[in-house]
Design a protein around this ligand. Structure first.
Ligand code: SAM
Ligand code: SF4
Length: 478
């Protein structure tokens, strides 16, 4: 964040974000608002005037991390009573006053539907010397309209300086979720499913492109359920939205996450096939390979349906890659049901899978109805086994790329790179292919943000390694 010429010293904001892309975007929007309120970012927690945690409540581990961070900064608040501390996001919506009980040094607790109020709440908490709680209505606390309108949308505030990369941005197309999978807290903490009007989304994409953004990732809990009905009755589906975004000048790549298997319609698959800027990458979580477990999860599809969807997807979009999420050790998952998941992973050849151990969440159907009956060590073992299998498959599929050329959007310096002594001006860069595979190669920093051709020479389970083959053309165009 750039310093502003002002007679008042700017206040320092330290913000930590856990959880999904929604939270990364929410933090960007909160920082945008606080910047207008005289804050600048710091990475030094000791010098902060305000410390904010944007939290996740999908698994217990994410919550434990925040409660221990709050414990650690208790002494800091004692030493600096003027310090403001805030807990934002999903855990704030879920735990509400419990946070103030467990950590009385917290000044504001703000749910994901109230984040636009963070600056105001910080001011009130200070003026009244009293903690402030701002959360949305519970799903059962009123009519659908009342609950929906208690989840505020303020996505037009954008703040480039806190994005992970200056030319990649998230763009929310939907909020909330109505699927109510039995294990999942998201519908409670993120509220009812709402699709944003397409005109606003396209305007935001244009504004992002104007800020230099080349890759936009559309986000929604079930992004392919996107549907917006105009007052005149016309409906915009995700496929229509992709077509409109495809016309935005400056945007070179469009992705969308996360998809729900039942909503993978042919028009969407055809749009991915026909629109060259749309990444040929589909994240469509299966969660389990056992019909009984899927039923208990209330996923509303069978393994057969999922595999048919996968076949249709691959037939329609040649060269696409698919990734999935799995929960292991869900209530009642036997060895036999787990082996069915192993079978699904073997057959499906996912690019990668995100594998989670089931974590019971208070307030979900599964927590009310089923015993968390798979021991922790069994969850761990299944997690490890599935991950090993997936990594072996990913390696085999990645090896197919060796010797081939691929187009890569260069994202930045590879995480493992440090500019060592005697540095020769060549960095190790990292980017992604059109089907979302990570590629690491040597090249000058000025390639960041560009599309380059890379010849793949080696591969691991997660990464392709190669050499730039279009250096001459790139050099002459710089
Ligand atoms: N909306 C997305 C979908 O339907 O796939 C996922 C949202 S959720 C934040 C991301 C992943 O977390 C899920 O796909 C699921 O695998 C995992 N997850 C959700 N609740 C969980 C729980 N209680 N325990 C373990 N993993 C969980
Ligand atoms: Fe959670 Fe299911 Fe909604 Fe995904 S679709 S956010 S897993 S309830």
């Amino acid at each position: 964040m750039a310093d502003q010429p002002t007679s008042h010293p700017r206040k320092k904001l330290y913000i930590e974000t856990v959880g999904c892309q929604m939270n990364v975007l929410d933090s960007e929007l909160v920082v945008a608002r606080l910047r207008d309120d005289g804050y600048e970012l710091t990475t030094d927690i000791e010098e902060a005037d305000a410390i904010l945690y944007n939290t996740c409540s999908v698994r217990q581990h994410a919550e434990d991390k925040i409660y221990s961070a709050l414990g650690r900064i208790k002494q800091l608040k004692k030493r600096k009573p003027e310090l403001s501390i805030g807990v934002l996001g999903c855990m704030a919506q879920k735990d509400q006053n419990l946070i103030l009980k467990r950590a009385p040094h917290v000044d504001i607790v703000v749910g994901p539907g109230q984040l636009a109020r963070v600056p105001e709440l910080l001011t009130i908490a200070k003026a009244e010397a009293k903690p402030q709680l701002a959360v949305s209505l519970a799903r059962t606390a009123g009519s659908r309209d009342d609950v929906t309108s208690s989840f505020d949308n303020y996505d037009s505030d954008r703040e480039p300086s806190v994005r992970p990369s200056p030319f990649q941005a998230y763009l929310r197309v939907m909020m909330g979720c109505d699927k109510f999978c039995t294990y999942c807290i998201v519908p409670s903490v993120r509220g009812p499913e709402q699709s944003r009007p397409p005109d606003g989304i396209v305007a935001e994409a244009r504004a992002l492109a104007g800020q230099g953004v080349k890759e936009i990732t559309l986000i929604g809990q079930t992004v392919n359920s996107y549907k917006f009905r105009e007052p005149d009755g016309r409906t915009t589906r995700l496929s229509d939205l992709l077509a409109r975004l495809h016309d935005v000048e400056g945007v070179e790549r469009i992705k969308f996450i996360t998809n729900f298997p039942n909503d993978m319609t042919d028009d969407l698959l055809q749009a991915v096939r026909d629109l060259p800027k749309v990444s040929r990458y589909i994240h469509v979580p299966a969660q389990s390979g056992c019909d009984l477990v899927l039923k208990r999860m209330k996923r509303m599809y069978t393994v057969g349906f999922y595999e048919d969807m996968l076949a249709r997807l691959r037939e329609t979009i040649p060269g696409s890659s698919v990734s999935s999420d799995f929960i292991v050790g869900f209530c009642g998952e036997t060895d036999e049901s787990f082996q069915k998941t192993v079978g699904l992973v073997e057959r499906s050849r996912f690019k990668n899978s995100f594998i989670f151990k089931y974590s019971p969440r208070t307030g979900t159907k599964a927590d009310d109805l089923f015993a968390d009956d798979v021991p922790e060590e069994v969850k761990k073992r299944r997690n490890h086994e599935l991950l090993e299998l997936q990594t072996a498959i990913s390696l085999e599929d990645n090896m197919e790329f060796v010797g081939r050329e691929t187009t890569v959007l260069v994202e930045g310096r590879s995480r493992s790179t440090t500019r060592r002594e005697g540095w020769d001006g060549v960095d190790q860069l990292s980017g992604r292919t059109h089907c979302d595979r990570i590629v690491v190669f040597d090249g000058p920093e000025r390639l960041i943000g560009r599309m380059v051709q890379v010849r793949i020479e080696n591969a691991s389970g997660v990464t392709l390694f190669g050499q730039v083959v279009t250096a001459e053309r790139i050099a002459s165009s710089v």
